[in-house]
Design a protein around this ligand. Structure first.
Ligand SMILES: *[C@@H]1O[C@H](CO)[C@@H](O)[C@H](O)[C@H]1NC(C)=O
Ligand SMILES: *[C@@H]1O[C@H](CO)[C@@H](O)[C@H](O)[C@H]1NC(C)=O
Ligand SMILES: *[C@@H]1O[C@H](CO)[C@@H](O)[C@H](O)[C@H]1NC(C)=O
Ligand SMILES: *[C@@H]1O[C@H](CO)[C@@H](O)[C@H](O)[C@H]1NC(C)=O
Ligand SMILES: *[C@@H]1O[C@H](CO)[C@@H](O)[C@H](O)[C@H]1NC(C)=O
Ligand SMILES: *[C@@H]1O[C@H](CO)[C@@H](O)[C@H](O)[C@H]1NC(C)=O
Ligand SMILES: *[C@@H]1O[C@H](CO)[C@@H](O)[C@H](O)[C@H]1NC(C)=O
Ligand SMILES: *[C@@H]1O[C@H](CO)[C@@H](O)[C@H](O)[C@H]1NC(C)=O
Ligand SMILES: *[C@@H]1O[C@H](CO)[C@@H](O)[C@H](O)[C@H]1NC(C)=O
Ligand SMILES: *[C@@H]1O[C@H](CO)[C@@H](O)[C@H](O)[C@H]1NC(C)=O
Ligand SMILES: *[C@@H]1O[C@H](CO)[C@@H](O)[C@H](O)[C@H]1NC(C)=O
Ligand SMILES: *[C@@H]1O[C@H](CO)[C@@H](O)[C@H](O)[C@H]1NC(C)=O
Length: 419
């Protein structure tokens, strides 16, 4: 069964790739008379493509839902008018689903029910469970839930000690998607990242509820790379890795009104692990609350990295409670080659108006690269109290640490500026 499903997944990929070409030829501007058929849509007057009308069966963990989901997508994506792809209430078990465009018109994907990922990892031929790609004008919403059922597979994420480790699928990936939005959904227990946005322009994500246990490995809430004009707002993220991680190649990314915790905080990075990475600039993190996280506002880069730049980064109006490393730049992130400095140049970074509590003494920690020291680091109005365990009778004084960093401090400060 697993093999058969996989074969179909590959077949679909092949057809889908082919469809880009076919699509342009058959339905492009040169053949104005051509009208796409609505494959199996029972109500030809409707622009709603309901997966159950194409044969998908809710509440049946043995159901063959893959083909119905694909047929409904082909019909919705090719519709002559803006269409709705409907996953109604109920629980649908599905393995890998790749929703590929380009589509003839904008598509709204309404996920009202729950999608549950099949736990047999051999069902997945690449690193995503649900992927939308090469689409302009996509909306994904509906109030439903994506349940990655990560419990069954987190044990295989042993990449820290096993270089041939199994890479687990991300729950929902947007690849080369423009002018689009995802909102009003819950993501539970993703096997790897919950939401992965890559190669996208102008995408907004809001009203998301993202949840996985604090010890689940590599379950970043939202990871963004190679994208511009991404707006993440008004969401709750509790997970086992970064709530939001802003990787290489991003410009003009805004993150606001996020409640994060447990988790590893809101991070720019990690940067510089691979050779072909692109610069990062224009990152704006504002009005977020971090509760019981290992990091608050973080920038992390790998040692022994190729040259790269990360600049114009603002973290402001943040509330943090019981955060271990509230403000941190870590240029020795990752486990290897600590003897060679990172060559990621970090500049024009502002940490403003941050208050709350920390569980460690070094609450502001800039550990910049000896090869390319940090420049233009500003700290203003960071006021934190200690709320951790201590053997001493009085709470320890908080401190700031600046290594290879020329930081300016201003406003009301605790910890005080670097010595
Ligand atoms: C759109 O319709 C054409 C012709 O039927 C088909 O080849 C193509 O695969 C369809 N596109 C999608 C995304 O289903
Ligand atoms: C998305 O925008 C980029 C940059 O403008 C463009 O190159 C790409 O073709 C667009 N993709 C789609 C699917 O519209
Ligand atoms: C961004 O995408 C939205 C649709 O989600 C659209 O309304 C808006 O005009 C786009 N903005 C830009 C700058 O293209
Ligand atoms: C998010 O989902 C989790 C798990 O279903 C739930 O416990 C929590 O109440 C939800 N949070 C919000 C803000 O809806
Ligand atoms: C992000 O999106 C929200 C909701 O649509 C909007 O209120 C906010 O202004 C946007 N932020 C930016 C920086 O575009
Ligand atoms: C923001 O999210 C909360 C739930 O956490 C919701 O009640 C509220 O309506 C959302 N705000 C907007 C503007 O969508
Ligand atoms: C990012 O924003 C800046 C300033 O608002 C603007 O000049 C620039 O064109 C934007 N870049 C992209 C890729 O949208
Ligand atoms: C990063 O930015 C610098 C300065 O603008 C530029 O010289 C360099 O080529 C950029 N590197 C990459 C990989 O884009
Ligand atoms: C955003 O700021 C408002 C006003 O200060 C505050 O009430 C709200 O709690 C903040 N939201 C988050 C997620 O930090
Ligand atoms: C903080 O998070 C840890 C898991 O990382 C959890 O065990 C602990 O109960 C949480 N503490 C509070 C006060 O929420
Ligand atoms: C201090 O930590 C305790 C739990 O360890 C928590 O209940 C309390 O709310 C925290 N107070 C602050 C100001 O962080
Ligand atoms: C540190 O920065 C200040 C102002 O940004 C500048 O005047 C000073 O020369 C810098 N010092 C070093 C050692 O770079």
């Amino acid at each position: 069964m697993a093999t058969a499903r996989r074969a179909r997944a590959l077949l679909f990929l092949g057809l889908a790739l082919l469809s880009c070409v076919v699509h342009g030829e058959v339905f492009g501007p040169h053949r104005t008379g051509a009208r796409p058929r609505r494959v199996l849509a029972d109500d030809t007057n409707s622009n709603v493509f309901d997966v159950t009308k194409f044969g998908a069966k809710p509440n049946d963990d043995q159901a063959e839902n893959f083909e119905p989901f694909v047929r409904a997508w082909r019909a919705a994506c090719n519709a002559t008018v803006p269409s709705t792809y409907l996953i109604p209430k109920g629980t649908f078990f599905v393995a890998q689903l790749i929703f590929q465009g380009p589509c003839s018109n904008p598509v709204t994907v309404q996920i009202q029910g729950t999608l549950k990922a099949l736990t047999d990892i051999s069902e997945y031929t690449s690193e995503e469970w649900i992927m939308f790609e090469i689409i302009d004008g996509l909306t994904v919403t509906g109030g439903g839930t994506l349940d990655g059922q990560g419990f069954a597979n987190w044990q295989y994420n042993d990449c820290k000690k096993n270089s041939k480790c199994q890479l687990l699928p991300h729950s929902i990936k947007f690849n080369k998607v423009n002018n689009s939005a995802v909102y009003g959904l819950t993501s539970l227990n993703s096997m790897s990242f919950h939401v992965f946005i890559t190669g996208c322009n102008n995408i907004t994500a809001y009203n998301l509820n993202i949840s996985a246990p604090s010890n689940s490995p590599n379950t970043d809430g939202i990871h963004i790379s190679s994208s511009s004009l991404v707006n993440i707002t008004n969401s709750t993220i509790a997970t086992g890795d970064d709530c939001i991680s802003i990787g290489q190649g991003n410009t003009n990314i805004s993150v606001s009104k996020i409640v994060c915790g447990p988790g590893h905080g809101i991070s720019v990075g990690s940067l510089g692990k691979y050779e072909d990475e692109k610069n990062v600039s224009g990152i704006y993190v504002k009005n977020c609350t971090l509760l019981n996280t290992t990091n608050g506002a973080r920038i992390k880069t790998w040692p022994a990295s190729p040259p790269l730049e990360a600049s114009n980064i603002i973290f402001e109006d943040l509330i943090m409670y019981m955060v271990k490393n509230p403000v941190i730049i870590d240029q020795k992130y990752g486990s290897h080659k600590h003897d060679q400095p990172s060559k990621v140049k970090i500049s024009e970074v502002h940490f403003r108006n941050i208050r709350g509590s920390t569980t460690s003494e070094v609450a502001v920690n800039f550990a910049c690269s000896s090869a390319v020291p940090c420049e233009g680091i500003e700290v203003a109005n960071i006021y934190l109290t200690f709320n951790g365990t201590t053997k001493a009778s009085l709470p320890p004084s908080l401190t700031s640490s600046c290594l290879n960093a020329n930081a300016t401090f201003g406003g009301k400060l605790n910890p005080p500026a670097c010595p």
